[in-house]
Design a protein around this ligand. Sequence first.
Ligand code: FAD
Length: 456
Amino acid sequence: DPVLVWFRQDLRLSDQAALAAAMREGPVIPVYILDDAAPGEWKIGAAQRWWLHHSLESLAKDLEDRGSRLILRRGNSAEELERLAKETGACAVHALSHLEPWWRNAERAVARRLPLHLHDGALLLPPECLKTGGGTPYRIFTPFARAVMEHMPPAKPMPAPKRIDGPAKWPPSERLSGWGLLPAQPDWANGFAKEWTPGEAGAAKRLRDFDDEVSGYDPARNLPSCEGTSRLSPHLHFGEISPAEIWHRVSGKGEGAAVFLKELIWRDYAHVQIWVMPEYGSKNARGTFDNMPWRDLREAKGDFAAWKLGRTGYPIVDAGMRQLWATGWMHNRVRMIAASFLIKHLLIDWRHGARWFWDTLVDADYANNSVNWQWVAGSGVDANIFSRIMAPLVQSPKFEAADYIRQWVPELAQLDDKVIHDPDAYDARPRDYPAKRVGHRQGRERALAAYRHVKR
Ligand code: FAD
């Protein structure tokens, strides 16, 4: 009997434990189901729909090259898998396990209807493997990272199969072009294709290119003007490459590689946190933050819109927000600065910022996004202290962001290195660049006053 392989955020053929196990059992039917109901408010955002379209196209082609096919369906995951099993006589489903709360629910629903075999491989380590001395999952990063290191390296990645046998008769598939994943006019995603090649081959190429640069990762990773980071995040989110593959490729290549792999461990850490607390994306991990008097979004509407558009009057923040809009990605240092600015200088609830990122990032990831927003807000389990307020006008020269600002804020491109971080301070602000929405000191004082409600 044939076996179903249920692809989700693991759109690859190499190091794909579900595919490998299914192939040992019988002819394989690879399936992708677009399930927009299961995630509820966390259904895939607009930028990621663009990515998903191209990634599925690439996966379908890779399967066809191996004598197989990708069957596309839309609807409730469990119902669709059951329907496919009836249509094809398939006797089991294989899948990688995923920790997003909606995927865990969907897995339970599938398992009630069909024999479901879940496999590891989305993370460096399955979360059950790591417990503190007290027998609970780790909530603090540093001891977590130390514990992960004791289990490294992960198992050697498996190569992609050369041929994948399918059933005698294939079930019908929907057409990808009918799913409307690509933006209608105006095509706001036309800058994406210059930056990204979704799919397994694109991911492998990113890793090869980055491999040559990894020794310089630290300190280059902190400088938004350099391409000092891997840009593997959307590929990792969609599982076009396994973290184990990255580990084996990079480890042992000096101090830069060690710092980089620690970032990869942050990804595992964030996933453990949503596993422990599935509402991490919508609830303060520290309950005392429920007392924070955030500004009402109706009153703060103009400020929120200026932040989204990259028109806050703070060049480094605006450059980041415009990079996000144009490419679906933002440099990590700038994500921290832009998020901190929204939360503290504008006193807008982190959840509004996290939602905007959800819709605009090609790497939007429930675990990484929620945990990092709460880290910046100070409301996370292991988080920055709220009262340590980042000063964007200090961060910008410190991390040499002048060229980055020139690239993304063309109104400021003529300003020299000294002036560009804060043109107001030198009376050099061009007329088409907005004044600051709020002064640094004023924003800082308002934030600290609000924070007193949390400490009380
Ligand atoms: P590299 O520096 O090359 O790192 C390699 C990989 O390690 C990344 O691809 C990522 O998978 C992982 N990683 C790196 N930093 C972190 C981190 N702080 N937390 C968790 N994993 C990390 N990352 C996402 O993948 N999706 C998100 O939705 C997301 N939202 C964020 C929101 C905010 C407010 C902040 C401050 C950070 C967010 N990050 C998110 C984390 C980080 O900014 C990105 O992972 C990183 O910028 C991706 O670029 P890269 O692949 O070049 O990173």
